[in-house]
Design a protein around this ligand. Structure first.
Ligand SMILES: Cc1cc2nc3c(=O)[nH]c(=O)nc-3n(C[C@H](O)[C@H](O)[C@H](O)COP(=O)(O)OP(=O)(O)OC[C@H]3O[C@@H](n4cnc5c(N)ncnc54)[C@H](O)[C@@H]3O)c2cc1C
Length: 444
């Protein structure tokens, strides 16, 4: 049987290679650095952390903690390297980046089952089980190959992410349900609408214009954007009314409280795999996260909004995963090809490690002639897979782990814990780890 190939020796690729070796199989890991680098990497190390040194919260019963705890239980190499190179960072798992990269590199180089090749991958071989894990800055030649395999309209080069708020933090005494001209996609009222009067709108636009921008990570992040997904601050700069003729247009909407069309609206959409949250449609932006919280709480109905994710726009190569992938991260049309890491449509270091682990384990199962068994839906790793393979492909935006990706608790438990969010989160985590342990007891 030909060796499994992994393209890209970053966070996802190294974790995948290690999981395959752990399953007793040989594999080849292909990394193009140092011969060819990316706009963000600075070293020849495998698993280089390109920006912050934080793997996010370690506060027990938070969603980022749950994902890490699951990875630890699944024997993740990169989480073990992070633990070894940990530096003080309050509630977060922060590492010494240099030592972390060294640990990952040594673990891969010293593993006899992993052959490391330092070369640029330019094709997806037809006769190997292959994991594509070349990350957000995949080289051009391979991006062309991925576009050929997946269809060019399913490969994106920029993230245009709008903020997400917790559903229960939206003030429903202000926001109203309706679709423009009463035209709903599914027979219901698809959107929640936050209505502005003129004064509220002008205050909001002024705040957007005055907000601080986040610094660009790489030069490409400063290049002009597609007209179709401009940051809202760019729209605001083009004129006082540009936003209310664009993403904040009120046409076709009547506020039931006034009986009139609002001066402007912010529309919130619930996504099919994100039951307990809403996406602020068209509010992608470049503002610092703290500024986003301050400015978006000026939106009527969002005064007390809890943000699960902030808006971003940056260079990112990723596929339209829900149109292409199964929950095992295999291409539906070509199951010997897996995608992992940012390119599979997740966002963040730990999410990239997680999808590397998942793809590595499933690739090993496939090579051994076994059935690829998706992780339980109740787990964080399982929920990430369900999101990337099952979200709405028409509005796909990469995701990091948040509680709204996990299935809701049963009604009786929700009712019992309705006043205690912490207890609800603790219960979601308990259930996830219980299901993961059941899975591990069958499929080591
Ligand atoms: C500038 C920037 C800053 C980021 N900052 C953060 C942050 O602070 N926190 C966070 O959680 N997430 C951050 N991310 C998002 C994401 O978590 C990281 O990009 C993460 O490294 C993704 O892991 P990965 O394994 O998918 O890709 P990578 O870690 O980038 O690994 C991909 C590897 O593939 C190699 N490669 C590319 N093309 C080829 C090819 N054709 N042949 C062979 N090798 C190839 C690359 O050299 C690289 O080593 C950032 C992303 C970018 C672009």
């Amino acid at each position: 049987m030909p060796r499994i190939r992994i393209l890209g020796g970053g966070l996802a690729g190294c974790e995948a290679a290690w999981q395959i070796a752990r399953a007793g199989l040989d594999c080849t890991l292909i990394e193009m650095r140092p011969m060819r680098s990316t706009a963000a990497h600075k070293t020849a190390q495998l698993g280089e952390l390109v920006c912050s040194n934080s793997l996010k919260s370690e506060s027990e019963n938070s969603a980022p903690w749950l994902l890490k705890e699951e990875l630890r239980r699944l024997d993740s190499l990169l989480l073990a390297c992070a633990q070894k190179t940990r530096v003080p960072g309050g509630h977060a798992l922060t590492v010494d980046r240099e030592l972390f990269g060294r640990e990952v590199t040594a673990a891969i180089e010293n593993n006899p089952r992993i052959e490391l090749r330092r070369e640029e991958a330019v094709s997806i071989p037809a006769d190997h089980i292959t994991i594509v894990a070349t990350g957000p800055l995949t080289s051009g030649a391979l991006a062309d190959e991925i576009a050929r395999v997946t269809g060019s309209n399913r490969l994106f080069f920029y993230d245009s992410i709008s903020p997400i708020v917790e559903a229960e933090s939206v003030d429903l005494r202000v926001a109203f349900r309706a679709s423009r001209y009463g035209k709903s996609l599914d027979g219901g009222d698809d959107y929640l609408n936050c209505p502005f009067d003129r004064e509220q709108y002008e205050r909001f636009v002024a705040a957007v214009l005055a907000a601080d921008s986040a610094p660009a990570h790489i030069p490409e992040d400063q290049t002009p954007f597609f007209e179709a997904c401009l940051p809202i601050e760019e729209l605001a700069r083009r004129g006082r009314d540009t936003l209310r003729f664009g993403p904040m247009k009120p046409v076709g909407l009547t506020d039931p409280r006034t009986g009139r069309r609002p001066y402007a609206v912010a529309q919130l959409r619930q996504e099919n795999q994100r039951a307990a949250s809403y996406n602020l449609v068209g509010f992608q932006n470049h503002m610092r996260f703290g500024e986003q919280a301050r400015v978006f709480r000026l939106i009527p109905g969002l005064d007390n909004a809890e943000f699960l994710r902030y808006g971003q726009i940056h260079r990112n190569t990723y596929i339209n995963a829900p149109a292409l992938l199964a929950p095992t991260l295999q291409l539906r049309a070509e199951p010997r090809v897996f995608f992992a890491g940012q390119i599979s449509g997740v966002e963040g270091y730990v999410e990239s490690i997680a999808t590397g682990l998942i793809a590595g384990r499933h690739a090993a199962e496939l090579a051994l002639g076994e059935t690829t068994r998706p992780f339980p839906r109740e787990t964080a790793v399982g929920s990430l897979c369900v999101y990337v393979s099952g979200a709405d492909p028409l509005h796909y935006q990469p995701a990091n782990i948040t509680f709204d990706l996990l299935p809701a608790l049963d009604e009786a438990t929700r009712a019992r814990l309705r006043h205690d969010k912490r207890a609800r989160h603790a219960e979601v985590c308990r259930r996830a780890l219980e299901k993961l342990d059941e899975y591990r007891s069958v499929y080591v």
